[in-house]
Design a protein around this ligand. Structure first.
Ligand code: ASP
Length: 317
């Protein structure tokens, strides 16, 4: 192993936004911590046993999708029509292979659907019922709407269903006073020196007309390139699409020679703020350096690496 290989690791997020300590119960905070630790452990164990970064990010995101408090997989937010339309993507930095899906309502783990799209379909991006049919043919686990139903999410929809507004997971109008983007994602570097990124979301409460955010758009919500970095975003998708956030960070590194930290801070805390795009991201470069950047009050986030770092944070500090 060379020095790069020794620096394998994984970073995850469970969404950014107005996450205020004053509004969080001890029990809920502990549940979030546990869910983030479980996801980090699931991904890290694979890296430690010599598995690829792709396996690690898929496993971490699956774990977050299965946890109902995050807006992805089980617990995804409701559309205007009272259904779920989930989006996900995955990318491998070694060869720039990528897979993405949108409008998914019956596959238990949309990130795994994105992975089979990448590896088995000959395409990059599939949507809707036909994407689900492809997943079924590939043997992925399906679920009924009852599996994805969470009462708190349904209440969020009822709060705004008769209005024109759509919401990013929570808004100030909810009784909790929270506003957050509960998308989940992971980036990893493996012992072979390969980077990967994956992101999964239910999108926005009350979304209509087949709205799709940045999560499944390669270069916007997700990007990985061994030459530069792996990035997974969370935030107001429309802004992240228009700012091509994940690829922008990669470009700043490749063409401007910026470090991951410099590029991510510039995009998240300067460019996006001026543009009006709230949110954040996790990133890792080919040397195992990582960044957990956001321009909102908080971001559910964690990092675990071969240097012995194992940290989970929710609020700003
Ligand atoms: N970025 C996601 C979207 O716009 C939302 C989120 O991050 O929670 O669909």
């Amino acid at each position: 192993m060379n020095s790069t290989n020794k620096r394998f690791g994984i970073a995850i997020h469970g969404g950014a936004g107005t996450i205020l300590k004053a509004l969080m119960t001890k029990e809920k905070e502990a549940a979030y911590h546990q869910a983030l630790q479980n996801a980090l452990d699931a991904g890290y164990a694979l890296l430690q046993s010599g598995k690829s970064s792709l396996d690690a990010v898929e496993a971490a995101v699956r774990s977050l999708e299965d946890f109902p408090l995050f807006n992805a997989g089980k617990g995804a937010v409701f559309t205007h029509n009272g259904t779920h339309e989930m989006d996900a993507s995955i990318m491998f930095g070694a060869d720039l292979s990528a897979g993405a899906v949108s409008g998914i309502s019956s596959i238990r783990n949309p990130v795994s659907l994105a992975r089979v799209v990448m590896e088995k379909s000959g395409h990059v991006y599939l949507s809707g019922v036909e994407a689900e049919n492809f997943g079924k043919l590939q043997g992925l686990v399906c679920e009924s709407p009852a599996y994805f139903y969470e009462e708190s999410r349904y209440k969020q929809l009822l709060d705004i269903r008769d209005s024109d507004s759509y919401q990013l997971d929570h808004t100030d109008k909810t009784e909790s006073g929270e506003k957050k983007f509960g998308t989940v994602g992971a980036v990893a570097l493996d012992a072979m020196g390969n980077l990967a990124a994956a992101t999964s979301t239910g999108g926005m409460t009350n979304k209509r007309f087949g709205r799709v955010g940045d999560t499944p758009i390669i270069g916007a919500g997700t990007y990985a390139n061994n030459k530069t970095c792996a990035i997974s975003c969370t935030g107001h998708g429309e802004y992240f699409i228009r700012a091509v956030v994940a690829y922008d960070i990669s470009c700043l590194m490749e063409y401007r020679g910026m470090s991951l930290e410099e590029a991510a801070r510039f995009v998240v805390n300067d460019k996006l703020v001026k543009f009006g795009g709230e949110g954040g991201l996790v990133g890792m470069d080919a040397d195992g350096n990582y960044v957990l950047a956001f321009n909102s009050e908080g971001m559910y986030r964690g990092i675990k690496n071969a240097e012995g770092i194992n940290e989970i944070k929710i609020y700003e500090s």
